[in-house]
Ligand binder design. Structure first.
Ligand code: ATP
Ligand code: ATP
Ligand code: MG
Ligand code: MG
Ligand code: MG
Ligand code: MG
Length: 244
């Protein structure tokens, strides 16, 4: 009992940082696979885009939205970002492992994947739209580069030769290379590869007349995966409830 009295809880607790989020802001939780360069090689993902691996990620994101309905809604007022991040990243990771078999029935998961997560606060709807537009532009630029890179590698160039070919090339030159050397029309590649995936709730108008709340809730909360353009204002005009 004397020993127990010597432990000073305030001292031990003083090492725990209180990571506060800014109130009344949009919180982005960004999740990123750790060492997926290796993971995608070990699991023989198609290059540059393994469709099933992307579908698996999308399915995990849908599960996150389905699981954290209230947390998503409460992001702007929450103050403990470390807990929010850890809970969502942990859920996403276990979903990834649980769903692996569904998306890769003939591939064994060879070791446990993990993800990192960060939270960033954006103070207005306009800024969060700029953030999302930036991510979608990045997706397009990376995909265009990766498509050229992997076509060159698959046609017999080494990785460093392929890198050399593409160094300093503009978007137009990359599109021309794809057409002229490989007969690939970049604009015809799958939307998921070029625009990424947006996941959101299909919000229906609340039916005030309906007494059957549970079935209405289910319809209202259906989570959708879409490969739409989120840079154009038209998407946000068509879905006003996302950034109400
Ligand atoms: P870090 O741990 O720092 O995030 P990383 O190896 O995960 O390092 P990233 O910059 O996050 O590096 O890049 C992800 C890597 O995973 C890329 O090399 C990409 O080729 C590969 N990858 C991820 N998803 C897919 C996919 N669906 N199809 C093909 N390759 C993929
Ligand atoms: P939170 O998500 O906020 O952490 P929680 O439901 O996990 O909530 P904790 O306060 O972390 O609640 O408590 C863990 C609960 O899990 C306890 O109620 C305990 O009964 C149960 N539990 C955890 N590990 C064991 C175990 N090894 N054997 C029996 N019960 C356990
Ligand atoms: Mg990454
Ligand atoms: Mg990373
Ligand atoms: Mg990564
Ligand atoms: Mg607890």
């Amino acid at each position: 009992d004397e020993d127990v009295g010597k432990i000073k809880p305030d001292y031990v607790r003083s090492f725990v940082f209180e990571n506060k989020l800014i109130p009344s802001t949009w919180i982005v939780i960004r999740i990123d696979g750790c060492h997926f360069h290796r993971f995608s090689e070990v699991h023989e993902f198609d290059k540059p885009n393994d469709e099933q691996a992307l579908n698996l990620m999308n399915s995990c994101a849908v599960a996150v939205l389905e699981e954290f309905e209230e947390i998503t809604f409460a992001y702007g007022v929450s103050d403990e970002y470390s807990e929010i991040v850890s809970v969502i990243v942990s859920f996403f990771t276990s979903m990834y492992v649980v769903k692996w078999k569904e998306f890769f029935p003939q591939k064994k998961l060879k070791y446990p994947p993990y993800f990192d997560g960060r939270a960033v606060c954006y103070p207005s709807s306009d800024i969060i739209r700029d953030y999302l537009a930036w991510r979608q532009v990045d997706c397009h630029i990376n995909n265009q580069y990766n498509t050229c890179f992997w076509m060159l590698v698959k046609s017999g160039k080494s990785k460093s030769e392929a890198q050399g070919c593409l160094k300093g090339t503009q978007a137009r030159e990359k599109n021309e290379l794809l057409i002229q050397k490989f007969g690939i029309d970049y604009s015809k590649l799958p939307l998921m590869f070029r625009q990424g995936s947006s996941i959101f709730r299909a919000k229906m108008e609340k039916s005030a007349a309906s007494e059957n709340k549970s079935s209405v809730e289910k319809v209202r909360n259906k989570v959708l995966v879409s490969h739409c353009n989120i840079i154009e204002p038209s998407f946000w005009i068509a879905h006003p409830s996302i950034l109400n």
